[in-house]
Structures are given as C-alpha cells and as structure tokens.
Design a protein around this ligand. Structure first.
Ligand code: PLP
Length: 376
C-alpha cells in the first residue's frame, strides 16, 4: 500500500519507539512517586518538554504542558479564554476549534465570529481584523490548514490583532505545522496546540504551548500534574516517544521541506488537467496537496485509489461523519459544490518516496479517467 494520508495520521517513528521503550518495560514508575525512580522520570519529562518547546519558541518566554491530543489542547485554550464578549476564528479551522466555538455560542457565553477564507485557503486577514473590536476576548487562527495546506502568517496576524485590541488572547492550532515547516513563535502568540501523531508520534499525546506570563486555568482537575493545569498521571512513554520523534523531524526539516515541495509540484503537474483542478496553493505546506475532480465524487475516487493500493483522504478524516458530503473548506474558499464534492487530499511524510509519487500520479490519472468515462 502507498500511504498518502499523512495529514490524518503518520506511521509512528520506529527509532523513537525503540528509544522510548524502556519507559514501558523498565522505567514504568509513576512520575509523581516520591522515591528516586519516580523522581527520575520528572527529569525525563522536563527534558522532553524542553526539547519540544525549544524547537519553535523561546524557553524564557514560553512553557509547555502535555495533553492527550491536539483536540484537548484546542479545547483547553478556547474554554479557558473565550469567556466574554465575542471570539473570532476562521472558516478553515478544524472541528477541534469550530465545535467548541459553536458550543460556547449555544451556551450563550460568547458571540462567535467566523472570518472567511481566500481562494488559496488562507484566512482573509483584513476581514478577520474587521471582526475584532474592543469586546473581543479571544482569537484563534490555525497555522497550517489541514485540508488546503495553506499557511497563515500567525505572527503577523497576532501582531495586528493586538494592535487593534491588546487584551485579546491569541491562540493558534499548530497541529499541521509543527515539525513540518520552519518558524518561531513571536511574543504575540499566547497559546499554541501540538499533536504527536502528525509527526511520527502516537495518537493520544499532545501539548499546549503557553506564554509564561499567561494565567492558564486548569482544564482537568485532580492530582495537580502539569503544574496543576492538566491533572492525570503523565503518559511518560508517549511523551518521550513524541520528543524523540520530533528530534528526527527537526534534524531534516529544511531538507524534507525542499524535497517534498519539489515532489508535490511533480505530482500536481503530473495529474491530468482535464480531470483534476489543483486547490492547494504553491506557497502552502509541501506536506499536503488538495485537488478536485470536478463533477466526480472524491469519496468514490478514494475507494478506487484504495483498490489500486493507494491510501488518500477527501479532507479532514475527523469530519468524515458529517452529514454534508461537500468539503466545507473548499466551499469556504469560494469553490462551487461540484468542486467541493470532488476533492481528494494527498498528504506526505519525509518517508514518501519518489517512486510512490510516480505511482500515485499513474493511479490518480487511471481512476480519474475510468470514473469520468463511466459517468459518460
Ligand atoms: N487540528 C488540526 C489542524 C488537525 O489536523 C487535527 C487532526 O486531524 C487536530 C487538530 C486534532 O488533533 P488530534 O487528532 O491530536 O486530536
């Protein structure tokens, strides 16, 4: 099978699994235990925290708490600070952000304001800024869109939001950015969400980066782990494996970025333009290519690709249960329903080979022509 659904999840990094395995087999102690064996794990967690944080932020200005996933990190940020007035987000967000916004709106806690997207999948910054006023308590703008692959300039957006209202707490969902594109968080970012399984870590491990001076309320109450913000015995193995997996990703980040940019372009250019329309921008993440077979159904193409040995997505795997079959992000970018019905997303990892890209081009063209032929 050729796996090209890496935006949904990635294969866990074998080197990191091996290196972290002693935290299951030997050092299985509770990190809160008062004897030496437990205490040693506190310093292992500290090392993992520092390794993960220092890759993208200044450790003097930011700190990191471990969570159970990207969804929890997003929820922690939103339910902590979208508490009054209005809160602003974008139409491109993952459901881990959009659903909490709807929930808070339905509870009557906030007025939820959603900024539109441009055709390339980035948020329309001027329209977002127009929604921010002196009653805005919270703004959330995703870093890399998980469907289109568009990259929002979150440092610049946060700066401009704070010029308009300095009291706003600014959050960004960095789940599809971390370990994949080069950046550093600026002082205007208050909160930033990560997820391990998008970069060779395990499902069920995430992190929330926060500005040190920000008073983040507790989200899970209990034994006081994670400086009291997120109680629950730490998943030491998962956390260490995440840190090791990130080490590998950051070591080769720039080389992978350049190689995958070239491979994504080769794939995009190799697809039959009579069938496929490219939706992903050329300046987006090299890890994602979204195209649409206008007039055909993306879901059928997904199954046909599967039968030929190619695993792809149609958009966010997490929203596959939604009642509407149209890709909401494509609609939000201004594409019509035919385009939004025909979307397929191919997403890569540093392990994706040249041969796999060549084979994917052949399979996508064969199934596209086949389905189009059958539709008459
Ligand atoms: N945010 C984005 C942009 C994502 O792509 C995903 C997963 O698809 C999530 C959040 C949720 O992360 P997790 O699966 O760790 O809960």
């Amino acid at each position: 099978m050729i796996y090209m659904d890496n935006a949904a999840t990635t294969k866990p990094c074998a080197w990191a699994l091996d290196k972290a395995s002693k935290f299951v087999t030997e050092q299985f102690y509770n990190p809160s235990a008062l004897y030496e064996e437990g205490f040693a794990l506190q310093s292992e967690l500290k090392k993992a925290r520092s390794a993960l944080l220092s890759k993208v932020a200044d450790e003097n200005a930011f700190e990191l708490i471990f969570t159970s996933c990207g969804t929890e990190s997003d929820n922690h940020a939103i339910f902590s600070f979208a508490k009054r007035g209005n809160a602003v987000t974008t139409a491109g967000e993952h459901s881990a952000v959009l659903v909490p916004f709807t929930e808070l709106k339905n509870r009557g806690v906030i007025e939820s304001r959603i900024a539109p997207l441009q055709k390339d999948g980035k948020v329309d910054v001027e329209k977002l800024l127009a929604l921010v006023d002196n009653k805005t308590s919270f703004v959330s703008v995703m870093h890399v869109n998980n469907e289109m692959g568009a990259i929002n300039d979150i440092n610049e957006i946060a700066k401009r939001v704070k010029q308009k209202n300095p009291r706003v707490i600014f959050h960004s969902d960095g789940v599809q950015a971390y370990g994949k594109i080069p950046y550093r968080l600026s002082k205007d970012i208050d909160l930033y969400s990560l997820s391990a399984h998008k970069i060779g870590g395990l499902k069920g491990v995430g992190a929330l980066i926060k500005r040190k001076s920000l008073n983040l309320p507790a989200f899970i109450f209990g034994g006081g782990q994670e400086t009291g913000k997120r109680s629950g015995t730490e998943n030491v193995f998962g956390i260490k494996q995440f840190a090791y997996a990130s080490e590998k990703k950051f070591e080769t980040l720039i080389g992978d970025f350049d190689r995958l940019t070239a491979e994504r372009e080769r794939l995009a250019n190799g697809l039959d333009s009579e069938i496929y329309t490219r939706l992903s921008p050329t300046d987006g993440t090299p890890y994602i290519l979204m195209v649409s077979a206008r007039g055909l159904r993306g879901e059928i193409l997904l199954h046909m690709a599967h039968d030929k040995g190619l695993l792809i997505g149609t958009g966010s795997a997490c929203s596959s249960n939604s009642k509407t079959r149209y890709n909401k992000v494509a609609l939000a970018c201004g594409y019509d329903e035919k385009i939004a019905d025909g979307t397929v997303r191919l997403s890569f990892s540093p392990e994706t080979t040249e041969q796999e890209i060549t084979d994917a081009i052949a399979i996508m063209n064969e199934i596209g022509r086949d389905l189009k032929g059958r539709m008459g």
